[in-house]
Design a protein around this ligand. Structure first.
Ligand code: PLP
Length: 445
């Protein structure tokens, strides 16, 4: 399209870089979601809320490393923490326990009081994988249940959902599970039960009918970080999973520290059995955390039994790596200062309001949906409470808006949600609203 041609014309260095990258790196990207047409741009630099691409274009960054950078790029408290940890222990966790692990655990527990015990991993993927293994071991059951369109990282058990072509997805009462990637063993398709989000009668029926087999229910309490669960739905799910002997797992990799500092569980006042954290908690470095009930996490205590097969195995060379812990600790301590987090939420709301009032004055049917420091910009009318509702989003509109926004110096990656950071101040908000204004104007033209 002409928008893509315009995109290419302003990014000739990124274009040739991508061509060369594509000759070495599979598909030119280290993660499928990083690709978009005609080619993703390459960034050379970042500071605060800003990114600079190879061609020297500046952008206010709303991708923020998929939401990890709640303080923005290169924040001084993170930098100081990294210098200190390098001074103290290099980058080594010694392959053993070290004091930062305990310090960080206590800091997390203050915000997540349900974490009677926890373990560190290196990514959100590893956290959900390990949480599910613990849950199946604890219950002795064979199946897990997850929700349509919820993302829990790129491992086999959770790369199962319903067909995005909704006429092939089955009814919400009987969602039709399909793999979301080639190469998923059939086993996982058979052992992953799909539930419709925010549809309590259907969930109750499915879970009750399979109560002997389902050992874990995992969900994003806010789908994709921005579609809220109905509070009654969360309470019902908590009660029923407890009654049926299923481990309830909140995947708060996105929502943790972002919807509120204590995540969606603080927001809803509902405590799951296990929680997976990631992203923000590593201050921009690789991390994951599994936390929750002692009786479940104790399943992995190596001192528990001399027989290896009676212990849930969990390992990782880089688990508890001091670089991630130091950066994460500095980030959490900074955010815990009075008013800091609230101020990021206030700026997020200010930006959302600005976008919506511009959309209204240009009569563009665009709105924002979200909570705390995350939101999405959708061309959709009516209720949005699950994956099926999202099919009403005019993706072509949003995509056109994305190219116009990039053209005007705002980046969230096409079709991606928006995350805010402490570095997004009045100047960045103003620059963003000006970009929206120009984009809406071009949209109408
Ligand atoms: N769970 C959720 C809700 C996520 O948003 C993500 C990543 O986007 C993951 C799990 C996987 O985390 P990671 O990319 O660190 O493996």
């Amino acid at each position: 399209s002409s928008l893509q041609a315009q995109y290419s014309a302003k990014r000739t260095k990124s274009a040739s870089f991508f061509k060369e990258a594509d000759s070495v790196i599979a598909g030119g990207v280290n993660g499928n979601l990083r690709f978009f047409q005609p080619f993703p741009m390459t960034f050379q630099k970042a500071y605060g809320a800003w990114l600079v691409d190879l061609d020297g274009n500046h952008y206010v960054d709303y991708l923020l490393s998929y939401g990890s950078l709640l303080l923005g790029h290169g924040h001084s408290v993170v930098r100081q923490a990294l210098e200190q940890v390098w001074e103290d222990q290099g980058t080594s966790s010694f392959g053993a326990t070290h004091p930062l692990e305990l310090e960080m655990s206590k800091e997390i527990k203050e915000l997540y009081p349900g974490f009677e015990r926890l373990r560190f991993t290196n990514s959100g993927l590893e956290a959900t994988l390990f949480a599910l293994r613990l849950a199946l071991a604890f219950t002795g059951k064979t199946h897990i249940a997850k929700f349509e369109g919820h993302y829990h990282g790129s491992h086999d058990h959770v790369l199962v959902s319903v067909n995005p072509e909704l006429n092939q997805a089955g009814s919400p009462e009987t969602p039709q599970a399909v793999p979301e990637s080639y190469g998923i063993p059939d086993y996982y398709l058979q052992h992953t039960i799909i539930l419709p989000f925010n549809d309590w009668p259907a969930c109750e029926r499915i879970l009750t009918s399979m109560k002997e087999r389902i050992g874990a229910v995992i969900l994003e309490p806010m789908q994709a970080g921005y579609i809220a669960a109905d509070p009654r739905f969360v309470v019902n799910l908590r009660d029923l999973t407890e009654k049926l002997g299923m481990v309830l797992i909140f995947d708060e990799v996105k929502t943790g520290f972002r919807v509120s500092l204590g995540g969606a569980q603080a927001f809803y006042g509902v405590q799951p059995d296990l929680t997976a954290l990631g992203k923000v908690v590593g201050g921009g470095f690789p991390i994951g955390v599994v936390g929750g009930k002692q009786e479940i996490l104790d399943m992995c205590s190596p001192g528990r039994s001399p027989k290896r097969e009676e212990v849930v195995f969990h390992s990782g060379t880089f688990n508890g790596n001091p670089v991630s812990l130091a950066a994460g600790l500095a980030t959490i301590r900074y955010l815990k200062q009075p008013g800091k987090f609230e101020s990021i939420v206030n700026r997020t709301n200010e930006l959302r309001k600005g976008i919506e009032s511009l959309a209204q004055s240009f009569e563009v049917p665009i709105r924002t949906i979200g909570a705390g420091t995350i939101f999405n910009v959708l061309a959709i009318e009516g209720d949005v409470s699950n994956y099926r509702d999202l099919s009403r989003n005019r993706k072509d509109w949003r995509l056109a808006l994305d190219y116009l926004l990039m053209d005007n110096g705002v980046y969230s990656k096409p079709l991606n949600r928006f995350s805010m950071s402490d570095a997004h101040g009045p100047k960045e908000i103003q620059a963003t609203l000006e970009a929206f204004e120009k984009s809406f104007a071009a949209f109408k033209a």
